[in-house]
Design a binder for this molecule. Structure first.
Ligand SMILES: *[C@@H]1O[C@H](CO)[C@@H](O)[C@H](O)[C@H]1NC(C)=O
Ligand SMILES: *[C@@H]1O[C@H](CO)[C@@H](O)[C@H](O)[C@H]1NC(C)=O
Ligand SMILES: *[C@@H]1O[C@H](CO)[C@@H](O)[C@H](O)[C@H]1NC(C)=O
Ligand SMILES: *[C@@H]1O[C@H](CO)[C@@H](O)[C@H](O)[C@H]1NC(C)=O
Length: 342
């Protein structure tokens, strides 16, 4: 069984080398960077200041000017992939890099709904990680340093930073090089997907305050900005994934679509994720996947049905205090149903 699947993978990777890539024209840094962050799940070191990703000359400069950014990018990558796999655990697409276990069908070869989502996801994750790193002091070149002061009658926290969303946004746009992503229609789509991701983080920004003063009189207040946990932004993005809008390229050319002379703005809600190509049907790939309940199993297994098995889960139970200070528990075994797609 094992050797069989190895042969399968080898066969398809050979084919994918021979097959021509379907990406439209040259890829801007934006696409390359997101693809690299999302696909490379092992530690390879590259020469240059960005170390863990193959970087453009501009990106190398950004990495050397921002000590700590390499770590932040690693945090962003891990955070994005983990959150994605958890959130899409019971969906037909489970955050895999390829569709239908077919190495020829990579999500980055075209701009599918999933590609749009991953572009937003990575941008969101970098933004979040940068903002948090500013607060912890792991990144030092942050917009909020030195900008603390009076805000009405409130005194801002006077050491360190709150979560610096602005810097997260700036560094993400800069690192993904939105400025040089192009002005053709494909570039507009990619840029919008990135911006949707960044905005999903911005929407989670809250001000939190702490009161000081006699008996809670709150004569002085310390306030700072705080981001929500990354997973709550991911909830927003998952909704965006489901509501993503398919765009048509006007005047499609063989390479990247060329904008008409009179550049028409894409007529869409700026808040929506955009994609270009319909994803393949993923029903073939859900055989053997674990599903959650009757309703989810029907969808995930594409109505092929599912196998129910009993599993045992052990937990600590009937805990009680003994000899005044020790807690002693029994081990309880509970049986539960486990569903797998046929
Ligand atoms: C600041 O506090 C003073 C009294 O403590 C009050 O009169 C004033 O309106 C406050 N200013 C603002 C901007 O809240
Ligand atoms: C598409 O291209 C043709 C000629 O190349 C041009 O006449 C036409 O106006 C273009 N359409 C749009 C919507 O830009
Ligand atoms: C996603 O699903 C594929 C089968 O379609 C499976 O091989 C893979 O292990 C799954 N990935 C995760 C992270 O569950
Ligand atoms: C679960 O545990 C119970 C009691 O310990 C046992 O009778 C049963 O066979 C177990 N089921 C499985 C699937 O292991």
């Amino acid at each position: 069984m094992f050797s069989c699947s190895v042969v399968y993978v080898l066969l398809f990777s050979t084919v994918s080398i021979i097959a021509t890539k379907n990406v439209e024209g040259s890829q801007p840094v934006l696409q390359k960077t997101v693809e690299e962050l999302f696909s490379k799940r092992s530690q390879i070191m590259y020469p240059g200041a960005c170390k863990t990703i193959r970087s453009s000359r501009r990106q190398t400069k950004i990495c050397s000017r921002n000590p700590g950014l390499v770590n932040v990018l690693e945090i962003a990558r891990t955070q994005a992939i983990n959150a994605c796999e958890e959130t899409f655990q019971y969906d037909r697409w489970n955050c895999s890099l390829i569709f239908n276990r077919n190495a020829k069908k990579r999500i980055f070869d075209k701009i599918y709904r999933e590609t749009a989502f991953v572009n937003a996801l990575m941008a969101a994750s970098i933004t979040h990680a940068v903002a948090k790193a500013c607060a912890s002091g792991d990144l030092t070149k942050c917009t909020c340093v030195g900008s603390f002061g009076k805000h009405g009658n409130l005194t801002w926290k006077n050491s360190g930073c709150g979560d610096d969303f602005k810097q997260g946004q700036r560094l993400t746009r800069n690192f993904l090089d939105l400025k040089h992503a192009g002005t053709d229609q494909i570039a507009e789509i990619l840029k919008q997907d990135v911006v949707v991701g960044i905005d999903a983080i911005g929407e989670q920004m809250r001000e939190v305050c702490k009161c000081h003063g006699f008996s809670g009189s709150c004569t002085t207040k310390t306030c700072w900005k705080r981001l929500g946990p990354f997973n709550s932004a991911l909830g927003v993005l998952k909704k965006q994934y489901h509501h993503a809008v398919k765009k048509k390229i006007v005047n499609y050319t063989s390479k990247r679509a060329i904008m008409p002379k009179v550049r028409k703005k894409l007529k869409v809600d700026r808040k929506q994720l955009l994609y270009l190509q319909k994803s393949p049907n993923l029903c073939a790939s859900t055989k053997g996947r674990v599903c959650r309940d009757r309703h989810n199993c029907a969808t995930l297994c594409c109505n092929r049905g599912y196998v129910t098995t009993k599993k045992n889960v052990t937990s600590r139970c009937r805990c009680k205090m003994v000899n005044c200070c020790f807690v002693q528990c029994d081990t309880c075994v509970e049986e539960f149903d486990h569903y797998t797609c046929k």
